[in-house]
Design a protein around this ligand. Structure first.
Ligand code: HEM
Length: 211
């Protein structure tokens, strides 16, 4: 590692074509493709849910696809985009050491400290290159939920071919609930995440322009 790269990594910055950036190009591209794919998966997933609800409610009838078969077509099309894009983000995040640099370490003491600061309006967002402990925990958590939603999706899409996975998740019916609750966690994350992006608009600019 060169001296500049060492200093930048200590500052939480990435480098791109010799310039320091907050979010490298691959993070920005995969992030926005993921946002689009997730919205399509959620909208069409609600349509599929309506055909056989797990709970005593249904989603609006005008969810993506307009009807069960339409919802399934959208869901299976966006699935490839979501998985291929997610793999690129995870492989590059691991290979470049970005996950380790940006998301680790995260301990309960720092999370409690930063959560208390956030709830009392004392948390600083001055340095966008470093995530606070609450952000680290939430981003690691949503990565895990992303893996769970894909795994449970595979388990209910191909329960015969992926029989061990379906069994691991407690069977077909249980896997449907796992898939539903992972969706609910993503929707909750998305609402808080978009509120934060609106409250701290420079973080949105950095996720678009890199700096
Ligand atoms: C319209 C929807 C979205 C908007 C406006 C948005 C906005 C942003 C912004 C502004 C950041 C940088 C925040 C920061 O500096 O802390 C960010 C980071 C991130 N977002 Fe989103 N986001 C959206 C959708 C999503 C979705 C659907 C997911 C996953 C389910 C997601 C996962 C993440 C993750 C994991 C990061 C950290 C990325 C990294 O540093 O490697 N976002 N988002």
């Amino acid at each position: 590692m060169t001296e500049t790269a060492k200093i930048e990594s200590a500052n939480g910055m990435d480098t791109e074509a010799g310039r320091s950036v907050i979010h490298p190009l691959y993070v920005r591209i995969t992030h926005w493709i993921n946002a689009l794919a997730m919205l399509i998966m959620i909208g069409s997933g609600w349509q599929i849910y309506n055909a056989s609800p797990l709970f005593n409610f249904t989603f609006p009838r005008n969810s993506l696809g307009g009807w069960l078969a339409g919802g399934l077509l959208w869901h299976f099309a966006a699935m490839w985009l979501l998985v291929a894009n997610g793999l690129v983000y995870i492989i590059l995040g691991l290979a470049t050491g970005r996950f380790r640099r940006k998301l680790l370490p995260v301990g309960p003491r720092e999370v409690a400290r930063d959560l208390a600061a956030a709830l009392t309006g004392r948390l600083s967002y001055a340095d966008l290159a470093r995530y606070n402990a609450v952000q680290k925990l939430i981003y690691l958590g949503i990565l895990l939920v992303g893996i769970v939603i894909v795994a449970s999706g595979l388990a209910i899409w191909k329960p015969v071919q992926f029989a061990p996975l379906t069994t691991l998740l407690g069977g077909y019916e249980a896997a449907r609930f796992v898939h539903f609750f992972a969706m609910a966690a993503i929707v909750l994350f998305l609402v808080l995440h978009v509120v934060m992006a609106v409250l701290v608009p420079k973080s949105l600019r950095a996720m678009i322009l890199g700096r």
